[in-house]
Write a protein that binds this ligand. Structure first.
Ligand SMILES: [Zn+2]
Length: 95
């Protein structure tokens, strides 16, 4: 059953994952919690300024996913790391 997830705060409470998928096949995953920390809990995940690094002008498709904790997919999530006051996103294995 699909739940209406309109804010990052709500998605973060459910431990959800945000999938950003470009038409070229480039997919990135983020923890809703990480995005909420960086962008703000009241932000709609679909309003985030995601851009594909390969084909910049085309806006990617943003989907909020609920993951089955018992059967975690082997995916990398992009985590924010703060260095010199700037945020760099780096991939790490989801567990
Ligand atoms: Zn692309």
């Amino acid at each position: 059953m699909a739940r209406l997830i309109d804010t990052l705060g709500r998605a973060a409470r459910h431990n959800m994952i945000v999938r950003v998928e470009c038409v070229c096949g480039n997919i990135r995953y983020y923890r809703a919690m990480d995005l909420a920390t960086v962008a703000g809990a009241g932000c709609d995940p679909r309003d985030l300024p995601f851009r594909c690094t390969r084909c910049r002008p085309r806006p990617p498709t943003v989907t909020v996913l609920e993951l089955d904790r018992d059967r975690m997919p082997r995916i990398d999530v992009w985590e924010p790391h703060k260095t010199d006051g700037k945020i760099r996103w780096m991939p790490t294995r989801l567990r």
